[in-house]
Ligand binder design. Structure first.
Ligand code: PA5
Length: 464
Protein backbone atom coordinates (compact mmCIF):
# COMPACT_ATOMS: atom_id res chain seq x y z
CA UNK A 1 0.00 0.00 0.00
CA UNK A 2 1.04 3.64 -0.40
CA UNK A 3 2.55 5.27 2.65
CA UNK A 4 1.76 8.84 3.67
CA UNK A 5 3.89 10.86 6.07
CA UNK A 6 2.67 14.23 7.33
CA UNK A 7 5.09 14.70 10.20
CA UNK A 8 6.60 17.80 8.55
CA UNK A 9 3.40 19.80 8.72
CA UNK A 10 2.97 19.48 12.47
CA UNK A 11 3.55 22.16 15.11
CA UNK A 12 5.98 19.77 16.77
CA UNK A 13 8.27 20.14 13.74
CA UNK A 14 7.34 23.53 12.28
CA UNK A 15 6.17 25.46 15.35
CA UNK A 16 2.89 27.34 15.84
CA UNK A 17 3.26 29.88 13.05
CA UNK A 18 3.62 27.42 10.18
CA UNK A 19 2.59 24.06 11.62
CA UNK A 20 -0.74 22.39 12.30
CA UNK A 21 -1.74 20.85 15.58
CA UNK A 22 -2.60 17.78 13.62
CA UNK A 23 -4.15 15.56 16.29
CA UNK A 24 -6.41 18.39 17.36
CA UNK A 25 -7.35 19.23 13.75
CA UNK A 26 -8.08 15.59 12.93
CA UNK A 27 -10.35 15.39 15.95
CA UNK A 28 -12.00 18.71 15.18
CA UNK A 29 -12.70 17.77 11.53
CA UNK A 30 -13.45 14.08 12.10
CA UNK A 31 -17.22 14.53 11.97
CA UNK A 32 -17.16 16.79 8.91
CA UNK A 33 -14.74 14.54 7.02
CA UNK A 34 -16.78 11.47 7.91
CA UNK A 35 -19.92 13.15 6.58
CA UNK A 36 -18.12 14.19 3.37
CA UNK A 37 -16.91 10.66 2.70
CA UNK A 38 -20.32 9.17 3.42
CA UNK A 39 -21.96 11.75 1.19
CA UNK A 40 -19.56 11.21 -1.74
CA UNK A 41 -20.13 7.46 -1.56
CA UNK A 42 -23.89 7.87 -1.24
CA UNK A 43 -24.00 10.13 -4.31
CA UNK A 44 -21.55 8.24 -6.50
CA UNK A 45 -24.17 6.29 -8.47
CA UNK A 46 -26.61 9.14 -8.86
CA UNK A 47 -26.95 10.82 -12.25
CA UNK A 48 -25.71 14.39 -12.48
CA UNK A 49 -23.31 14.11 -9.54
CA UNK A 50 -20.19 13.49 -11.68
CA UNK A 51 -18.95 10.90 -9.21
CA UNK A 52 -19.06 7.79 -11.36
CA UNK A 53 -15.24 7.86 -11.61
CA UNK A 54 -15.44 6.27 -8.16
CA UNK A 55 -16.83 3.13 -9.84
CA UNK A 56 -14.30 2.83 -12.65
CA UNK A 57 -12.21 0.22 -10.85
CA UNK A 58 -15.22 -2.07 -11.02
CA UNK A 59 -16.19 -1.79 -14.72
CA UNK A 60 -15.41 -5.41 -15.58
CA UNK A 61 -17.42 -5.33 -18.81
CA UNK A 62 -15.62 -2.30 -20.24
CA UNK A 63 -12.28 -3.79 -19.26
CA UNK A 64 -13.23 -7.01 -21.03
CA UNK A 65 -14.12 -5.14 -24.26
CA UNK A 66 -10.93 -3.11 -24.08
CA UNK A 67 -8.81 -6.23 -23.67
CA UNK A 68 -10.67 -7.97 -26.48
CA UNK A 69 -10.04 -5.10 -28.90
CA UNK A 70 -6.39 -4.75 -27.82
CA UNK A 71 -5.86 -8.46 -28.46
CA UNK A 72 -7.53 -8.21 -31.85
CA UNK A 73 -5.27 -5.41 -33.12
CA UNK A 74 -2.13 -6.74 -31.40
CA UNK A 75 0.84 -6.64 -33.75
CA UNK A 76 -1.10 -4.79 -36.49
CA UNK A 77 0.26 -1.32 -35.80
CA UNK A 78 3.76 0.02 -35.22
CA UNK A 79 2.50 3.23 -33.64
CA UNK A 80 -0.30 4.42 -31.42
CA UNK A 81 -1.21 8.09 -31.82
CA UNK A 82 -3.45 9.58 -29.15
CA UNK A 83 -5.33 12.77 -30.00
CA UNK A 84 -6.74 14.48 -26.91
CA UNK A 85 -6.18 17.37 -24.56
CA UNK A 86 -6.49 18.07 -20.82
CA UNK A 87 -8.20 15.20 -19.06
CA UNK A 88 -8.39 13.33 -22.35
CA UNK A 89 -4.60 13.07 -22.62
CA UNK A 90 -2.78 13.80 -19.35
CA UNK A 91 -3.65 10.57 -17.52
CA UNK A 92 -2.55 8.37 -20.41
CA UNK A 93 0.67 10.37 -20.73
CA UNK A 94 1.40 10.06 -17.01
CA UNK A 95 0.81 6.31 -16.89
CA UNK A 96 2.58 5.52 -20.18
CA UNK A 97 5.65 7.48 -19.06
CA UNK A 98 5.67 5.71 -15.70
CA UNK A 99 4.96 2.14 -16.76
CA UNK A 100 6.48 1.65 -20.19
CA UNK A 101 10.17 0.90 -20.38
CA UNK A 102 12.09 4.18 -20.52
CA UNK A 103 12.75 5.48 -24.04
CA UNK A 104 10.05 3.13 -25.28
CA UNK A 105 9.84 4.66 -28.75
CA UNK A 106 13.54 3.98 -29.32
CA UNK A 107 13.30 0.28 -28.48
CA UNK A 108 13.21 -2.38 -31.19
CA UNK A 109 9.98 -4.22 -31.99
CA UNK A 110 11.34 -7.22 -30.07
CA UNK A 111 12.17 -5.12 -27.04
CA UNK A 112 8.69 -3.67 -27.16
CA UNK A 113 7.30 -7.17 -27.55
CA UNK A 114 5.63 -5.89 -30.73
CA UNK A 115 3.53 -3.38 -28.88
CA UNK A 116 3.32 0.00 -30.65
CA UNK A 117 5.34 3.13 -30.07
CA UNK A 118 3.31 5.90 -28.46
CA UNK A 119 2.77 9.50 -29.61
CA UNK A 120 0.43 12.20 -28.38
CA UNK A 121 -0.97 15.25 -30.10
CA UNK A 122 -2.21 17.33 -27.18
CA UNK A 123 -1.55 20.74 -28.63
CA UNK A 124 -2.12 22.59 -31.86
CA UNK A 125 1.37 23.72 -32.66
CA UNK A 126 1.64 23.44 -36.45
CA UNK A 127 5.39 22.89 -36.29
CA UNK A 128 5.25 19.88 -33.98
CA UNK A 129 2.22 18.35 -35.71
CA UNK A 130 3.91 18.70 -39.09
CA UNK A 131 7.10 17.35 -37.55
CA UNK A 132 5.30 14.31 -36.21
CA UNK A 133 3.55 13.67 -39.51
CA UNK A 134 6.95 13.77 -41.14
CA UNK A 135 8.33 10.95 -38.97
CA UNK A 136 5.19 8.84 -38.56
CA UNK A 137 4.06 6.27 -41.10
CA UNK A 138 0.30 6.79 -40.75
CA UNK A 139 -0.46 3.54 -42.55
CA UNK A 140 1.12 1.69 -39.62
CA UNK A 141 -0.49 3.91 -37.00
CA UNK A 142 -3.57 3.36 -34.91
CA UNK A 143 -5.15 6.71 -34.05
CA UNK A 144 -7.11 6.93 -30.81
CA UNK A 145 -9.10 10.16 -30.84
CA UNK A 146 -10.39 10.99 -27.37
CA UNK A 147 -12.86 13.69 -26.44
CA UNK A 148 -15.74 13.57 -24.02
CA UNK A 149 -17.56 16.58 -25.48
CA UNK A 150 -16.74 15.42 -28.99
CA UNK A 151 -16.12 18.96 -30.13
CA UNK A 152 -12.96 20.31 -28.48
CA UNK A 153 -11.33 22.49 -31.13
CA UNK A 154 -7.75 21.30 -30.55
CA UNK A 155 -8.59 17.61 -30.67
CA UNK A 156 -11.07 17.81 -33.49
CA UNK A 157 -8.82 19.90 -35.71
CA UNK A 158 -5.98 17.39 -35.22
CA UNK A 159 -8.47 14.59 -35.95
CA UNK A 160 -9.55 16.19 -39.23
CA UNK A 161 -5.97 16.71 -40.35
CA UNK A 162 -5.00 13.12 -39.56
CA UNK A 163 -8.19 11.61 -40.96
CA UNK A 164 -7.65 13.44 -44.24
CA UNK A 165 -4.11 12.18 -44.56
CA UNK A 166 -5.04 8.65 -43.56
CA UNK A 167 -7.81 8.57 -46.14
CA UNK A 168 -5.47 9.88 -48.81
CA UNK A 169 -3.05 7.06 -48.03
CA UNK A 170 -5.43 4.20 -47.33
CA UNK A 171 -8.69 5.04 -49.08
CA UNK A 172 -11.83 3.51 -47.58
CA UNK A 173 -9.74 1.27 -45.30
CA UNK A 174 -8.58 4.27 -43.30
CA UNK A 175 -11.38 3.51 -40.84
CA UNK A 176 -9.48 0.52 -39.47
CA UNK A 177 -6.80 2.93 -38.25
CA UNK A 178 -9.13 5.00 -36.10
CA UNK A 179 -10.65 4.20 -32.75
CA UNK A 180 -12.71 6.86 -31.02
CA UNK A 181 -13.28 7.32 -27.28
CA UNK A 182 -16.16 9.65 -26.62
CA UNK A 183 -19.62 10.10 -25.13
CA UNK A 184 -22.23 7.41 -25.61
CA UNK A 185 -24.71 9.69 -27.39
CA UNK A 186 -23.79 13.32 -27.73
CA UNK A 187 -21.14 15.34 -29.55
CA UNK A 188 -19.78 15.65 -33.06
CA UNK A 189 -17.24 12.84 -32.62
CA UNK A 190 -20.02 10.42 -31.65
CA UNK A 191 -22.01 11.48 -34.71
CA UNK A 192 -19.00 11.13 -37.02
CA UNK A 193 -17.94 7.81 -35.51
CA UNK A 194 -21.38 6.35 -36.17
CA UNK A 195 -21.48 7.85 -39.64
CA UNK A 196 -17.97 6.71 -40.61
CA UNK A 197 -18.20 3.39 -38.81
CA UNK A 198 -15.30 3.70 -36.39
CA UNK A 199 -14.72 1.33 -33.54
CA UNK A 200 -15.68 3.31 -30.43
CA UNK A 201 -15.30 3.18 -26.68
CA UNK A 202 -17.52 5.11 -24.32
CA UNK A 203 -16.59 7.64 -21.65
CA UNK A 204 -19.29 6.85 -19.10
CA UNK A 205 -21.90 9.41 -18.12
CA UNK A 206 -20.97 11.51 -15.12
CA UNK A 207 -17.23 10.97 -15.50
CA UNK A 208 -15.49 14.29 -16.21
CA UNK A 209 -12.30 14.58 -18.23
CA UNK A 210 -9.83 15.02 -15.38
CA UNK A 211 -11.33 12.07 -13.48
CA UNK A 212 -11.43 9.79 -16.53
CA UNK A 213 -8.00 8.13 -16.50
CA UNK A 214 -9.42 4.77 -15.38
CA UNK A 215 -12.17 4.77 -18.03
CA UNK A 216 -11.47 3.82 -21.65
CA UNK A 217 -9.75 7.22 -21.92
CA UNK A 218 -6.73 5.72 -20.19
CA UNK A 219 -7.35 1.98 -20.10
CA UNK A 220 -7.63 1.60 -23.88
CA UNK A 221 -4.23 3.14 -24.68
CA UNK A 222 -2.72 1.21 -21.75
CA UNK A 223 -4.03 -2.11 -23.04
CA UNK A 224 -2.91 -1.29 -26.59
CA UNK A 225 0.58 -0.62 -25.23
CA UNK A 226 0.71 -3.89 -23.32
CA UNK A 227 0.33 -2.29 -19.88
CA UNK A 228 -1.35 -4.69 -17.47
CA UNK A 229 -4.67 -2.99 -16.75
CA UNK A 230 -5.75 -5.74 -14.35
CA UNK A 231 -2.83 -4.80 -12.11
CA UNK A 232 -3.88 -1.13 -12.14
CA UNK A 233 -7.46 -2.03 -11.30
CA UNK A 234 -6.33 -4.37 -8.53
CA UNK A 235 -4.40 -1.49 -6.96
CA UNK A 236 -7.44 0.78 -7.09
CA UNK A 237 -9.72 -1.83 -5.56
CA UNK A 238 -7.25 -2.55 -2.77
CA UNK A 239 -6.91 1.10 -1.75
CA UNK A 240 -10.57 1.92 -2.34
CA UNK A 241 -11.66 0.39 0.96
CA UNK A 242 -9.17 2.55 2.87
CA UNK A 243 -10.26 5.65 1.00
CA UNK A 244 -13.88 4.95 1.88
CA UNK A 245 -12.96 4.80 5.55
CA UNK A 246 -14.72 7.64 7.38
CA UNK A 247 -12.07 7.65 10.10
CA UNK A 248 -9.64 10.39 9.07
CA UNK A 249 -6.83 8.72 10.98
CA UNK A 250 -7.06 5.79 8.57
CA UNK A 251 -7.76 7.62 5.33
CA UNK A 252 -4.71 9.18 3.66
CA UNK A 253 -6.71 11.00 0.96
CA UNK A 254 -8.80 12.70 3.65
CA UNK A 255 -5.68 13.55 5.64
CA UNK A 256 -3.91 15.23 2.72
CA UNK A 257 -7.09 17.03 1.61
CA UNK A 258 -7.53 18.47 5.11
CA UNK A 259 -3.84 19.36 5.43
CA UNK A 260 -4.00 21.27 2.13
CA UNK A 261 -7.21 23.01 3.11
CA UNK A 262 -5.95 24.10 6.53
CA UNK A 263 -2.53 25.09 5.25
CA UNK A 264 -4.23 27.32 2.66
CA UNK A 265 -7.01 28.81 4.77
CA UNK A 266 -5.19 29.11 8.11
CA UNK A 267 -1.48 29.27 7.37
CA UNK A 268 -1.36 31.13 4.05
CA UNK A 269 0.16 28.24 2.07
CA UNK A 270 -1.93 28.42 -1.08
CA UNK A 271 0.58 26.82 -3.42
CA UNK A 272 0.67 23.04 -3.70
CA UNK A 273 3.88 21.66 -5.17
CA UNK A 274 3.95 18.12 -6.56
CA UNK A 275 7.54 16.87 -6.60
CA UNK A 276 8.21 13.23 -7.44
CA UNK A 277 11.75 11.94 -7.07
CA UNK A 278 11.53 9.83 -10.21
CA UNK A 279 11.67 10.89 -13.86
CA UNK A 280 9.15 8.19 -14.65
CA UNK A 281 6.61 10.01 -12.47
CA UNK A 282 7.28 13.39 -14.05
CA UNK A 283 3.95 13.53 -15.88
CA UNK A 284 2.01 12.53 -12.77
CA UNK A 285 2.67 16.14 -11.73
CA UNK A 286 1.16 17.47 -14.97
CA UNK A 287 -1.89 15.31 -14.42
CA UNK A 288 -2.15 16.43 -10.78
CA UNK A 289 -1.81 20.10 -11.71
CA UNK A 290 -4.85 19.86 -13.99
CA UNK A 291 -6.85 17.80 -11.51
CA UNK A 292 -6.20 20.20 -8.64
CA UNK A 293 -6.45 23.45 -10.63
CA UNK A 294 -9.63 22.78 -12.59
CA UNK A 295 -11.37 21.09 -9.69
CA UNK A 296 -10.66 23.61 -6.93
CA UNK A 297 -10.06 26.95 -8.62
CA UNK A 298 -13.54 28.44 -8.49
CA UNK A 299 -15.19 31.84 -8.51
CA UNK A 300 -18.30 30.85 -6.57
CA UNK A 301 -19.09 28.41 -3.81
CA UNK A 302 -21.95 25.92 -3.84
CA UNK A 303 -24.36 28.56 -2.64
CA UNK A 304 -23.34 30.97 -5.42
CA UNK A 305 -21.33 33.37 -3.23
CA UNK A 306 -18.24 34.86 -4.83
CA UNK A 307 -15.24 33.25 -3.16
CA UNK A 308 -12.36 33.01 -5.67
CA UNK A 309 -10.73 30.03 -3.98
CA UNK A 310 -8.24 27.38 -4.97
CA UNK A 311 -4.67 26.53 -4.06
CA UNK A 312 -2.36 26.86 -7.06
CA UNK A 313 -0.66 23.61 -8.04
CA UNK A 314 2.95 23.62 -9.21
CA UNK A 315 4.94 20.84 -10.79
CA UNK A 316 8.51 20.09 -9.87
CA UNK A 317 10.83 17.16 -10.39
CA UNK A 318 13.40 15.82 -7.97
CA UNK A 319 16.36 16.01 -8.18
CA UNK A 320 16.32 18.23 -11.32
CA UNK A 321 14.35 21.11 -9.82
CA UNK A 322 16.55 21.29 -6.75
CA UNK A 323 18.67 23.29 -9.15
CA UNK A 324 15.89 25.60 -10.24
CA UNK A 325 13.09 25.94 -7.67
CA UNK A 326 14.38 24.91 -4.25
CA UNK A 327 16.17 28.21 -3.60
CA UNK A 328 12.76 29.90 -3.80
CA UNK A 329 11.04 27.21 -1.77
CA UNK A 330 13.59 27.42 1.04
CA UNK A 331 14.11 31.15 1.24
CA UNK A 332 11.27 32.83 -0.64
CA UNK A 333 7.76 33.38 0.72
CA UNK A 334 6.60 30.61 3.02
CA UNK A 335 3.43 30.03 1.00
CA UNK A 336 3.84 26.45 -0.25
CA UNK A 337 2.98 22.94 0.78
CA UNK A 338 5.31 20.50 -0.91
CA UNK A 339 4.11 17.00 -1.81
CA UNK A 340 7.10 14.74 -2.23
CA UNK A 341 6.60 11.44 -3.98
CA UNK A 342 9.25 8.88 -3.13
CA UNK A 343 9.93 5.46 -4.62
CA UNK A 344 11.41 2.91 -2.21
CA UNK A 345 12.89 0.60 -4.80
CA UNK A 346 13.81 1.53 -8.33
CA UNK A 347 13.62 -1.21 -10.97
CA UNK A 348 17.33 -1.00 -11.65
CA UNK A 349 20.56 -0.08 -9.92
CA UNK A 350 23.40 1.94 -11.33
CA UNK A 351 26.78 2.08 -9.62
CA UNK A 352 29.07 5.05 -10.05
CA UNK A 353 32.50 3.78 -11.13
CA UNK A 354 35.75 4.36 -9.26
CA UNK A 355 37.18 6.37 -12.15
CA UNK A 356 38.10 9.63 -10.38
CA UNK A 357 38.35 8.41 -6.80
CA UNK A 358 41.39 10.60 -6.13
CA UNK A 359 39.51 13.87 -6.95
CA UNK A 360 36.92 15.99 -5.24
CA UNK A 361 34.14 13.84 -6.67
CA UNK A 362 35.69 10.68 -5.18
CA UNK A 363 33.01 10.55 -2.46
CA UNK A 364 30.53 9.48 -5.16
CA UNK A 365 32.59 6.53 -6.34
CA UNK A 366 31.20 3.05 -5.79
CA UNK A 367 27.92 4.49 -4.49
CA UNK A 368 24.78 3.91 -6.47
CA UNK A 369 22.78 6.56 -8.30
CA UNK A 370 19.86 5.14 -6.33
CA UNK A 371 21.55 6.12 -3.06
CA UNK A 372 22.32 9.54 -4.48
CA UNK A 373 18.67 10.07 -5.46
CA UNK A 374 17.50 9.04 -2.00
CA UNK A 375 20.13 11.17 -0.28
CA UNK A 376 19.07 14.20 -2.35
CA UNK A 377 15.41 13.63 -1.57
CA UNK A 378 16.19 13.33 2.16
CA UNK A 379 18.49 16.35 2.07
CA UNK A 380 15.87 18.53 0.34
CA UNK A 381 13.14 17.41 2.70
CA UNK A 382 15.26 18.11 5.76
CA UNK A 383 16.44 21.49 4.44
CA UNK A 384 12.87 22.56 3.68
CA UNK A 385 11.81 21.46 7.13
CA UNK A 386 14.69 23.38 8.73
CA UNK A 387 13.38 26.45 6.91
CA UNK A 388 9.94 25.67 8.40
CA UNK A 389 8.43 24.86 5.00
CA UNK A 390 5.58 22.36 5.30
CA UNK A 391 5.93 19.15 3.33
CA UNK A 392 4.30 15.74 3.12
CA UNK A 393 5.64 12.56 1.55
CA UNK A 394 3.77 9.86 -0.34
CA UNK A 395 5.88 6.74 -0.78
CA UNK A 396 5.39 4.04 -3.42
CA UNK A 397 7.11 0.75 -2.65
CA UNK A 398 8.01 0.64 -6.37
CA UNK A 399 6.68 1.92 -9.67
CA UNK A 400 4.20 -0.52 -11.14
CA UNK A 401 0.57 -0.49 -12.23
CA UNK A 402 -0.63 -1.56 -8.80
CA UNK A 403 0.91 1.35 -6.91
CA UNK A 404 0.46 3.90 -9.68
CA UNK A 405 -3.26 3.06 -9.82
CA UNK A 406 -3.38 3.63 -6.07
CA UNK A 407 -1.53 6.93 -6.28
CA UNK A 408 -3.72 8.43 -8.99
CA UNK A 409 -6.92 7.19 -7.39
CA UNK A 410 -5.86 8.50 -3.99
CA UNK A 411 -5.19 11.93 -5.53
CA UNK A 412 -8.63 11.88 -7.18
CA UNK A 413 -10.35 11.10 -3.88
CA UNK A 414 -8.21 13.71 -2.13
CA UNK A 415 -9.35 16.30 -4.69
CA UNK A 416 -13.02 15.39 -4.27
CA UNK A 417 -12.74 15.71 -0.47
CA UNK A 418 -10.85 19.01 -0.78
CA UNK A 419 -13.62 20.32 -3.05
CA UNK A 420 -16.14 19.61 -0.31
CA UNK A 421 -13.96 21.35 2.28
CA UNK A 422 -13.70 24.40 0.04
CA UNK A 423 -17.45 24.07 -0.55
CA UNK A 424 -17.14 24.34 -4.34
CA UNK A 425 -18.37 22.31 -7.29
CA UNK A 426 -15.31 20.14 -7.89
CA UNK A 427 -16.57 18.80 -11.20
CA UNK A 428 -17.45 21.88 -13.25
CA UNK A 429 -15.05 24.13 -15.16
CA UNK A 430 -16.86 27.32 -16.19
CA UNK A 431 -13.54 29.13 -16.56
CA UNK A 432 -12.38 26.63 -19.18
CA UNK A 433 -15.72 26.69 -20.96
CA UNK A 434 -15.54 30.47 -21.29
CA UNK A 435 -12.23 30.34 -23.17
CA UNK A 436 -13.53 27.43 -25.28
CA UNK A 437 -16.58 29.51 -26.25
CA UNK A 438 -14.45 32.52 -27.12
CA UNK A 439 -12.32 30.30 -29.36
CA UNK A 440 -15.43 29.00 -31.13
CA UNK A 441 -16.56 32.59 -31.68
CA UNK A 442 -13.18 33.74 -33.00
CA UNK A 443 -13.00 30.76 -35.34
CA UNK A 444 -16.46 31.49 -36.78
CA UNK A 445 -18.54 28.67 -35.29
CA UNK A 446 -22.23 29.02 -36.07
CA UNK A 447 -24.27 30.40 -33.18
CA UNK A 448 -21.38 32.47 -31.78
CA UNK A 449 -21.70 35.51 -34.13
CA UNK A 450 -22.59 38.09 -31.45
CA UNK A 451 -19.76 37.03 -29.21
CA UNK A 452 -17.37 37.07 -32.20
CA UNK A 453 -18.21 40.72 -32.92
CA UNK A 454 -17.55 41.75 -29.32
CA UNK A 455 -14.29 39.80 -29.14
CA UNK A 456 -12.97 41.26 -32.39
CA UNK A 457 -13.64 44.76 -31.06
CA UNK A 458 -11.75 43.90 -27.88
CA UNK A 459 -8.81 42.58 -29.89
CA UNK A 460 -8.66 45.80 -31.93
CA UNK A 461 -8.76 47.86 -28.73
CA UNK A 462 -5.86 45.88 -27.26
CA UNK A 463 -3.81 46.20 -30.43
CA UNK A 464 -4.39 49.95 -30.93
O1 PA5 B 1 -11.21 17.94 -17.11
C1 PA5 B 1 -11.83 18.39 -18.06
O2 PA5 B 1 -13.05 18.30 -18.14
C2 PA5 B 1 -11.12 19.08 -19.20
O3 PA5 B 1 -9.77 19.27 -18.96
C3 PA5 B 1 -11.27 18.26 -20.46
O4 PA5 B 1 -10.71 16.99 -20.27
C4 PA5 B 1 -10.60 18.93 -21.66
O5 PA5 B 1 -11.09 20.24 -21.82
C5 PA5 B 1 -10.88 18.13 -22.93
O6 PA5 B 1 -12.25 18.00 -23.12
P1 PA5 B 1 -12.86 16.91 -24.07
O7 PA5 B 1 -12.54 15.57 -23.52
O8 PA5 B 1 -14.31 17.20 -24.10
O9 PA5 B 1 -12.21 17.11 -25.40
Amino acid sequence: MLEFNYRNVTTMILGQEHGLDIEEEFNKYQYKIGEIIKDLNARKDKPGQWLRWMNLGYSEETIWYIKEYAAKVRGEFENLLVLGIGGSALGAQAVAEALLKPYWNFLSDDERDNYPRIFFIDNIDPDTINGLLHVLDLKKTLVNVITKSGSTAETMSAYMIIKDKLEAELGEDYRNNIVATTDREVGVLRQLSDQEGYKTFVIPDDVGGRFSVFSAVGLLPFALLGIDIDEIVRGIKDIDLDLKNTDIKRNIAAQNALIHYLMDTEKGKNLSVMMPYSSRLKYVSDWYVQLWAESLGKEVDKQGHTVHVGPTPIKALGATDQHSQIQLYNEGPNDKLINFIRVKEFDSTLTIPKTFEYTGIGYLCEKTINDLMNAEADATRIALTDYKRPNVTITLPRINGYYLGQLLYMLEVQTAIAGELYNVDTFNQPGVEQAKNYTYALMGRRGYEESAKELKEKIIQVQS
